[in-house]
Design a protein around this ligand. Structure first.
Ligand code: ADP
Length: 476
């Protein structure tokens, strides 16, 4: 779920959240609205049942009033005892029509009312007959008429029918009350569930906003800042590389002049010099050479970092170049009494490679082997084909590289402590330059080493030749 949400963009997340909020809100509010409507309807029918029941009772009371009035008149013969009769008689029609309207929806009650009307009419006729006998003939005649019992029977039938109608209405009332209770409970439940869903939803939205939306916005702004910082860093680096390149050029010119003039002085071109002067001039020359070497390395680093160096392959003989580099190192090799072995596989073809770069590789690997091997140690140089590459390896019995720093060996300016102690003059730039260069021409560089036992550095170059690269400057 989390990973799914993470994949969504802030825009999609927003639209999804809004959709879910609207959906939940509409569902809960529709359910509430429906329930409240049902409550209204059920309440209406409940009240309706009470009204029907009440009017049925009024009807019975009307009939009883009429009977009471009739009895009073028959016993007394006085008109004023007819009052309840008249009141009942006047009300009954009105009550009856109310009941008809109220029960219009219920065929059972409508049928009951039809029967009731007949019974009431018959009862009213019977009441009128007895009262007419009292008026016209006298008490006994009316009494005999009552004693026949027809009036009582009609009244009993009316009571039974009214009881039946009340039972029907009670049954409806019970159903409606139960319905109302049920709907009330459902409404309560919907409100509770709605509130819980609302609350859970609030927590969910909160969680999503805190963990994803804000996270994404923060991440995006961090990403933007990082991009900006990277751009700034790149332009600072570029400016720095350009500065190093220009500064190195400017520095190299006076140093080259210095080299030329010290050389002339040492060679006695402007007169002979004594031993002390030769010693000092030699010191100046060595220091100047080291400085030129460092500046050349810095220039190469800036060309590598700016990516402006050229690779211009031509057919070359690797053996020859390596031999010439060994010659350059002859005096140091002699000074340290090192044993040099070379092993060149037969029939190594001429290879398409940049001579400057190949020379730089041999210079770096062989001079390192010479620098970091104690006197009387051995160095062996091997060149052989290992399809699809030509592999150069330089093995020494020197100080080796400590395990802890092996991963840093190719980084810019890195020097291991043991090397620094033995030879303070290194720059930590040689391996960085040749790794970057070799890799950009399709080759590889790696090494094996054991501290105090020795190291072997390998460089592979495709037998197909180095890749050509356009640029502004060659490496030096
Ligand atoms: P430099 O030799 O001028 O210090 P390099 O880039 O050529 O710079 O080498 C970087 C570091 O790698 C060296 O300072 C040294 O610590 C280690 N190194 C390179 N070649 C050897 C080797 N043959 N034996 C032991 N250490 C080596």
């Amino acid at each position: 779920m989390d990973s799914f949400i993470k994949k969504l963009s802030v825009k999609t997340l927003n639209s999804t959240l809004i959709f879910i909020i609207v959906f939940v809100f509409l569902t809960v509010s529709s359910a509430c609205y429906y329930s409240l409507r049902r409550i209204d309807t059920d309440e209406f029918w409940e009240i309706h049942s009470y009204q029907v029941s009440e009017n049925i009772n009024i009807l019975l009371l009307n009939m009883e009033d009429m009977e009471t009035g009739q009895r009073g008149y028959i016993i007394t013969g006085h008109q004023n005892f007819l009052e309840p009769y008249d009141a009942g008689y006047n009300n009954i029609t009105n009550t009856f029509s109310i009941l008809q309207k109220l029960t219009i929806d219920n065929p059972v009650q409508q049928n009951n009312l039809i029967t009731l009307k007949v019974l009431i009419d018959e009862k009213v006729t019977e009441l009128k007959d007895s009262m007419s006998l009292r008026t016209n003939i006298g008490f006994d005649a009316a009494k005999d008429h009552i004693l026949i019992g027809n009036g009582k029977k009609k009244m009993d039938s009316i009571r039974v029918l009214i009881a039946k109608m009340q039972t029907e209405e009670s049954r409806l009332l019970k159903i409606r009350t139960e319905d109302l209770t049920k709907i009330n409970k459902i409404t309560e439940l919907i409100i509770i569930i709605g509130s819980i869903i609302g609350f859970l939803f609030y927590l969910l939205v909160n969680y999503i906003i805190n963990n994803f939306v804000i996270g994404k916005i923060v991440k995006k702004s961090l990403f933007d800042k990082e991009q900006q910082a990277n751009k700034e860093l790149q332009s600072i680096n570029l400016a720095k590389d350009e500065f190093v390149s220009i500064a190195s050029h400017q520095l190299r010119t006076p140093l080259t002049a210095l080299k030329g003039y010290t050389g002339m002085l040492l060679d006695g071109d402007v007169g002979s010099i004594n031993e002390k002067q030769r010693e000092y001039l030699s010191e100046i020359k060595n220091a100047n050479d080291r400085m030129i070497k460092l500046i050349t390395s810095l220039l190469n680093v800036s060309r590598v970092d700016l990516g402006v160096f050229t690779v211009d392959p031509e057919l070359i003989n690797f053996e020859e170049i390596s031999q010439s580099v060994l010659k350059e190192l002859e005096s140091s090799i002699k000074d340290k009494k090192l044993h040099i072995k070379t092993n060149f596989e037969k029939n190594i073809p001429l290879l398409s490679a940049d001579p400057k770069i190949v020379r730089m590789v041999f210079q770096n690997l062989l001079s390192n082997a010479v620098k970091y091997t104690p006197p009387e140690g051995s160095i062996s140089l091997n060149i052989k084909k290992e399809y699809p590459d030509l592999v150069i390896s330089v093995k020494d019995t020197g100080y080796g590289i400590p395990e802890a720093v092996k991963l840093k060996i190719f980084t810019k300016l890195f020097r291991s402590d043991n090397a620094r102690i033995k030879d303070p003059n290194g720059t930590g730039l040689g391996l960085y330059i040749i790794k970057a260069t070799i890799e950009q021409t399709g080759g590889k560089i790696w090494f094996d080493s054991k501290e105090n036992k020795g190291s072997t550095f390998y460089v592979s170059i495709p037998l197909d030749g180095m890749k050509k690269k356009e640029g502004f400057k060659r490496l030096e």
